[in-house]
Design a protein around this ligand. Sequence first.
Ligand code: GTP
Ligand code: MG
Length: 132
Amino acid sequence: SEKAFVMIKPDGVRRGLIGKIVCRFEEKGLALVRAELRVVSHETAEAHYGHLKDKPFFGELVDYITSGPVFAMIVEGKGAVKNSRSLIGPTNPAEAPPGTIRGDYGLTVEENVIHGSDSPDNAAMEIDRFFK
Ligand code: GTP
Ligand code: MG
C-alpha cells in the first residue's frame, strides 16, 4: 500500500511532542514502518525545500529545519499521503482547525511542527532523499 514521508520538525521534537504525534498516525490506522531522529544537513534542507528557493523566507526556513533534530518517518497505509495531510492540517497553524496536528500543537507558520508529503510522487522522492 501507499507510503508517505512525514517529519516532526525541530520545534515539535524540542517540545517533546514525538509520542503524541506518532500516536495520531497510529490511531488513524497508518503504520510507522521506519523512523529516525536526526539533524538535517544544510544540503538536504535546501533540496527538500528547493521549490521555495525564491521565497523571502527561504533562509529562515532552512535555519529552522536545521536548528535541531527532526523525527523523520515513513508511514504506510491506504491513502497514506492524503490521510497524513488531513491529520496534519493547513500550513498555517493559525488557520488549522483543532483536531489537526498543526491546529492542536502550533501557533505560527514559522514553526508549524510537522511536514507531510503532498503527493505520492513527492513522497517517493522524499523517502529516497531521507532514507536512501
Ligand atoms: P510541508 O508539509 O512542511 O511541506 O508544509 P506545506 O506543504 O503545508 O506547505 P509548503 O510546502 O507550501 O511550505 C513548506 C514549509 O515552508 C511550511 O511548512 C512552513 O514551514 C514554511 N513556510 C511556508 N510559508 C511560510 C512563511 O510565510 N514564512 C515562513 N517562515 N515559513 C513558511
Ligand atoms: Mg509542502
